[in-house]
Design a binder for this molecule. Sequence first.
Ligand code: R5P
Length: 309
Amino acid sequence: MDSCLLFSGNSNIELSKKIAKYLNKELSSINIYRFKDSEICVKIEENIRGKDVFIIQSTCMPVNENLMELLITLDALRRASPRRITAVIPYYGYARQDRKDQPRVPITAKLVANLLVTAGANRILTIDLHAPQIQGFFDIPVDHLFAAPVIIKYLKEKNFKKPVIVAPDVGSVKMARAFAKRLPGDLAIVDKRRESPEKVEMVHVIGDVKGCEAIIVDDLISTGGTMVEAANALLNNGAEVVYGCCTHAVLAGDAIEKLTNSKLKEIIITDTIPQTNLPSKFTILTVSELLGEAIKSIHLETTVSKLFI
Ligand code: R5P
């Protein structure tokens, strides 16, 4: 792993440090600073000529700052002649803008893909894209990991008696089915209607949840509306207790308060996005080993499929 260098942007330094520790490496030296007018400037502080370089950066809040920092860092890296640059993006922001669902709107997930490639990325490593098809927005290799093995390992320790995995909308059915197969458990779906970006309505539950431990799984929690309303619908339909799981805890606006005051027993998230001082209702699992193994496989050119088990 000597010719493999790990760099970190500022978005999630804790996760980058954990990945480096797992790989028994130090983070390589980079200076990211601001001009007085807030322009970002980057200096790579060591020779990377001919090296296999990984830059770790989630494009989480502040999304535009973190994205711009990643793009500028890629440009700095590319101009220093490495052998290959992999952008490790644990959370890929703008992924929800992945299609024209109304007239005259952008497809920003594709724009971001173009920007990353133009800036210098030769390869992408990411986790639980909002829609797996976003991989096709890139004409470079994309390694798309799932946080499911990390979350399922934790859920198994709870020894549920009658678990039902719940998709809070049709978009999450595939993810829920994978969880249900591996936990194992039954599957249910909540019929979600989104009235606005901040307001969702859920009434119907497809599947039997009576007397069950309901486990909602989703790729992300933003305002928390989906999780909270799904939990209410499940309890109204007879679920005994409701847990919420997601890979990316965006937690925008008053989401933390809303989720803390909700009827959810526990909210299980990962560290693709950094968190500080979350209430005890939240459990944070790390994806550092998953990403560390993937980085190792990419560098050593071995298969990453073992990570999907
Ligand atoms: C929707 O397609 C996603 O999978 C999430 O369910 C959604 O983005 C969560 O948003 P919020 O927390 O604001 O309801």
